[in-house]
Design a protein around this ligand. Structure first.
Ligand SMILES: NC(=O)c1ccc[n+]([C@@H]2O[C@H](COP(=O)([O-])OP(=O)(O)OC[C@H]3O[C@@H](n4cnc5c(N)ncnc54)[C@H](O)[C@@H]3O)[C@@H](O)[C@H]2O)c1
Length: 373
C-alpha cells in the first residue's frame, strides 16, 4: 500500500470528522479566518484519509512553529501578479498553501475552462502539502492537469552520484479525469521516499527501506534518524538518474518559471517554513479533437490490469487507486495517528493558544472516537 509506515501497534484511530473539527479549532485559535481553518483541515485530513500521513495532521506542529517564527502568514490570499490570459503568475506571500494553492487552482480552472488551457505559476506559498489534492480539484472540474513543484531553499535529497543534500523532495503530479469513475492521479515525491515518511518511521521506531537514505558521509542507511538527528544525511532520489532529472525539472519549472526561486547557496533557508513553488498546466480535454480519450484511457487501464499477477502481489493498481482504497478504509475505521505524533499535535495546539481544558476535551474525544490499538 502507498504508506507502508502508516500503521503501527500503538495508535489512535480518530474519526475523520472529529479530526477535522480539531484541526479547524487549532487554526481558528491561532488566528485563521473560519474559511482558512476549514481549507487547512480539509487538506490535512484528506491527506491522512488517502494514506499520506506524511502530509496530514502530523504537519501541524511544523506549521505552528513556522507561525511562531513569523514565517507562515495567516489569512493571505492568492495574488495574481501577472495575467497573460492563458498564463497566470500568482504570489503566495507565505500564506497557507492550503488556501493560496486552492485559490490559484480556482483561477486556473476558470481560465482553462474558458480558453482550453491555462498555466499557473504559483510562487512563495507556504507548504502546499499533498499535490494530488490540487490535481483532484482540477479533475473535479473535468480538467487534466500536471504539476511541477519545488521545495525552495530546503534541500534534503542528494543528486544522482552525489553524497549530500542539494535538492528538495520536489513532487510531480498528473491527473486524468473521467466521467463515471474517479480520476487517475499520479502523485509522488521525486525522492525515494517523502521526507515526512522518514519522520513517521522515526516517530514509530521503524526503519526505512533499503536504497532510500544515505548518512552524512554518503553511506547507505536504513535508519530514519539520519534525517532527524545531526549529523544529517540525505534522502536518495527515486529511480536513480531519472528521478534526479525529474526533480531538477520540478526545481526549474516550479521554482524558476513561477518567478520564485530555486535551491542554491544563495537561497538556503533555516526556518520551520516550507516554501513551495508550483507550475501547474491545466487542460480542458474537450478542447482537443479527442472524443475517445476517456474510452481509450479506460481500455488501457483495463488492459494493464488484466496482466497475470506477479508473485506476492494481490492486485494491480492504476495511479490513484491505492489512495481510493485507503480513503474507503479510513473513512470507515478512522484515521490512525501514532501516539508520538498525537502528543506533538496536542503540544502544538497548546502553542497555538488553545486552553488546556479544551485540549483535554478534544483529546478525550479522540481517544473515545475509535480507541487506542
Ligand atoms: N508539498 C511538498 O513539498 C511535497 C514534497 C514531497 C512530497 N509531497 C507529497 O507527498 C505525498 C507522498 O509522496 P510519495 O512519494 O511518498 O508517494 P508514494 O510513493 O506513496 O506514491 C504515490 C503514487 O504512486 C501510486 N501508487 C502507490 N502504490 C502503488 C501501487 N502499488 N501500484 C500502482 N500505483 C501505486 C499512487 O496512486 C500515487 O500516485 C504526495 O502526495 C506528494 O505530493 C509533497
Amino acid at each position: 500500500m502507498n504508506d507502508q509506515y502508516a500503521t503501527q501497534s500503538m495508535s489512535l484511530r480518530i474519526a475523520a470528522g472529529q479530526l477535522h473539527a480539531f484541526v479547524r479549532a487549532i487554526w481558528e485559535q491561532a488566528g485563521s479566518a473560519p474559511r482558512e481553518a476549514e481549507l487547512v483541515a480539509d487538506h490535512l485530513v484528506a491527506s491522512n484519509l488517502t494514506g499520506h500521513d506524511s502530509h496530514g495532521v502530523g504537519m501541524i506542529p511544523r506549521y505552528v512553529a513556522s507561525l511562531r517564527e513569523g514565517e507562515l502568514q495567516l489569512n493571505q490570499h492568492a495574488d495574481v501578479v501577472r495575467d497573460a490570459g492563458a498564463v497566470l503568475t500568482v504570489e503566495g506571500g507565505k500564506g497557507f498553501g492550503q488556501v493560496v494553492a486552492f485559490e490559484a487552482m480556482e483561477l486556473g480552472i476558470e481560465r482553462a475552462t474558458k480558453l482550453g488551457l491555462c498555466a499557473v505559476g504559483l510562487r512563495g506559498a507556504h507548504h502546499i502539502g499533498r499535490i494530488g489534492h490540487w490535481a483532484e480539484q482540477c479533475a473535479k472540474a473535468g480538467l487534466v492537469s500536471f504539476h511541477f513543484v519545488n521545495v525552495a531553499g530546503d534541500p534534503l535529497v542528494a543528486p544522482f552520484g552525489g553524497a549530500d543534500r542539494r535538492i528538495g523532495t520536489n513532487p510531480f503530479c498528473a491527473a486524468f479525469p473521467s466521467t463515471g469513475r474517479p480520476p487517475l492521479v499520479l502523485d509522488f515525491a521525486t525522492s525515494a521516499i517523502a521526507y515526512g515518511k522518514a519522520r513517521v518511521a522515526y516517530n514509530q521506531g521503524k526503519r526505512t527501506p533499503v536504497g532510500t537514505l544515505i548518512d552524512h558521509e554518503g553511506r547507505p542507511s536504513i535508519e530514519p534518524k539520519v534525517m532527524m538527528e545531526e549529523p544529517f544525511g540525505s534522502l536518495m532520489p527515486m529511480g536513480g538518474h531519472k528521478g534526479f532529472g525529474l526533480a531538477a525539472m520540478c526545481e526549474i519549472f516550479g521554482g524558476a518559471l513561477s518567478g520564485g526561486y530555486t535551491t542554491h547557496s544563495g537561497s538556503l533557508q533555516n526556518t520551520s517554513a516550507i516554501i513551495n513553488c508550483m507550475l501547474s498546466v491545466i487542460l480542458d480535454p474537450k478542447a482537443l479533437d479527442a472524443p475517445n480519450a476517456g474510452a481509450e484511457a479506460d481500455a488501457f487501464v483495463e488492459w494493464v490490469k488484466a496482466s497475470p499477477l506477479a508473485a506476492g502481489t494481490d492486485r494491480i493498481y492504476a495511479p490513484g487507486e491505492p489512495e481510493l482504497a485507503m480513503r474507503a478504509e479510513r473513512g470507515e475505521k478512522g484515521v490512525p495517528v501514532d501516539l508520538a505524533t498525537w502528543q506533538q499535535i496536542l503540544d502544538a495546539a497548546r502553542d497555538s493558544g488553545m486552553p488546556a481544558a479544551d485540549i483535554e476535551a478534544w483529546s478525550r474525544g479522540a481517544r473515545s472516537s475509535h480507541g487506542v490499538r
